[in-house]
Design a protein around this ligand. Structure first.
Ligand code: FES
Ligand code: FES
Length: 471
């Protein structure tokens, strides 16, 4: 499972990407976080001629308040939005929904706008944008248009974006006083695709409910305030209208049941949150006190003049230099070389394992600039000039990793050890962010990893053991 050949272009300004889209159209794909696109490329479900990497575009990297909405640029990651200090008060629906998006290792790299552009019917962010009545901004050489969520999501992985348009930002309306918000979803395992996801918004006069995972795009229904059997009837009618289908995950009847049950729960929670918000209204004014933030730009060692970015044709290889475990390393990579393969085959660092190559098993997890990420969903070229940490650093300079490794041994938390390197790298990031997690938090973090042989009980015990003694 490797991508078909493509030309790679690292872009530094959004306008450069728009210029290339105007020429290449359907032959080009936008790479922002790549957490949806890279699995598709690895499985060769898409074979673009040109990949336009906009992850380093400084003009797509801001979170700002604008006319009562939060505007999120195309290069902002889900983790950066999750860490935005005002999220719980200004966008409580997103605050509740984001932890359900896949796993934290994926959110570290996946972008908000990338998820919207991908338009998976089970995805949380399209559902929230639909529930809130948000919009996206699409820009091309022909101009700019603002498209409401209700007109943007057209079907499974299909949107109203035209081939020459770049989704430059998404606008999520900020929370209103006297309005409550709630989110819930049902999946087989934390972080898996939602079998049914629901987002509820209620005020004194109206209930608005959005459902994902059932139809081919998020569906929204509005009612005047309803209670008791009237609400039951409305939810039942909505559930049947979604035309649920049987599949390997769940039957249509189960999906309808979940819409009714979770719908009741989400609406009740939204009412409760509305009551609580009434006691602590939001600050007044445009933008509601939203502070603009611009997450740190990704450093690139050799930015080319004129913002044209680094270009590598499909047929060529070139040397890239980076830091790995505090030592400078250089190796050759083509545009389609995955970082996991670069580490293993070019540099001989085989401690990083490869399992699924679509971001699910976690075996390839490493840290890039300190942040746990999937090496199989990252191109080697994207690691140029970055600071990587792999499992090999447990031998030398990382005391937390060494303690984790010793604890895994003590608790018999590994048998074949194939998953272990990735789990340890995730733990090293997780425990630095959350030094004293409870068991539920550890299990949520571990949902980003698959262990085939040991079982999770000793792994959880080993991690908690280190957490309890963490300095
Ligand atoms: Fe990368 Fe499975 S997540 S190999
Ligand atoms: Fe064998 Fe986890 S210890 S896969």
């Amino acid at each position: 499972m490797k991508p078909a050949p493509f030309d790679y272009l690292r872009i530094e300004q959004a306008q450069t990407a728009i210029d290339h889209l105007a020429q290449a159209g359907e032959d080009a794909r936008i790479l922002a976080g790549g957490q949806s696109l890279m699995p598709i490329l690895n499985m060769r479900l898409a074979q673009p001629r040109l990949l336009l990497d906009v992850s380093a575009c400084s003009d797509l990297k801001s979170i700002r308040g604008q006319r009562g909405a939060l505007s999120i640029g195309a290069a902002v990651t889900q983790a950066e939005l999750e860490a935005w200090p005002s999220l719980s008060s200004q966008l409580p629906l997103l605050h509740a929904a984001i932890p359900h998006i896949s796993h934290f290792q994926i959110r570290n790299r996946g972008t908000v706008c990338g998820s919207l552009a991908h338009a998976d019917p089970s995805a949380e962010l399209p559902l929230c944008l639909s529930a809130l009545g948000g919009e996206v901004v699409l820009r091309s050489s022909r101009g700019e248009r603002v498209v409401p969520a209700s007109d943007f999501f057209l079907g499974t992985l299909v949107t109203a974006r035209r081939a020459d348009e770049l989704l430059v930002e998404a606008r999520f309306p900020l929370a209103l006083d006297d309005t409550g918000y709630a989110f819930d979803e049902f999946s087989i395992r934390h972080g898996d695709y939602a079998i049914v996801a629901l987002a509820g918004v209620v005020n004194a006069n109206e209930i608005r409910l959005a459902v994902g995972g059932v139809a081919d795009s998020p569906k929204v229904r509005q009612w005047p305030t309803l209670h008791g059997s009237d609400l039951d009837d409305a939810l039942n009618e909505f559930a049947w209208s979604l035309d649920a289908r049987d599949d390997a995950q769940a039957s249509a009847a189960m999906r309808r049941h979940l819409v009714r049950q979770l719908g009741t729960r989400v609406i009740a929670r939204a009412h409760m949150q509305r009551t609580q918000r009434g006691h602590s209204p939001l600050p007044p004014g445009e933008g509601r006190g939203v502070r603009e933030i611009t997450p740190a730009p990704v450093p690139h060692p050799n930015p080319s003049p004129g913002g044209r970015g680094a270009h590598l044709p499909a047929v060529q290889k070139r040397d890239i230099s980076l830091m790995i475990n505090n030592a400078p390393r250089t190796g050759a990579a083509s545009s389609r070389t995955l970082l996991s393969d670069f580490l293993r085959h070019e540099l001989g660092m085989t401690g990083t394992h490869v399992g699924c190559e679509h971001g699910v098993c976690g075996a390839c997890t490493i840290r890039i600039d300190g942040i746990a990420q999937r090496a199989c969903l990252t191109l080697a070229l994207q690691a140029e000039g970055r600071d990587l940490q792999t499992i090999e650093s447990a031998n030398s300079n990382d005391s937390l990793l060494a303690r984790l490794r010793a604890s895994f041994k003590r608790h018999h938390a590994l048998q074949c050890g194939y998953c272990t390197a990735g789990i340890l790298m995730s733990c090293a990031d997780f425990l630095r962010r959350e030094p004293h997690p409870d068991e539920a938090a550890v299990r949520a973090m571990l949902s980003g990893h698959l262990c085939r042989c040991t079982g999770y009980t000793p792994i959880v015990a080993a991690i908690l053991d280190v957490a309890h003694t963490h300095a």
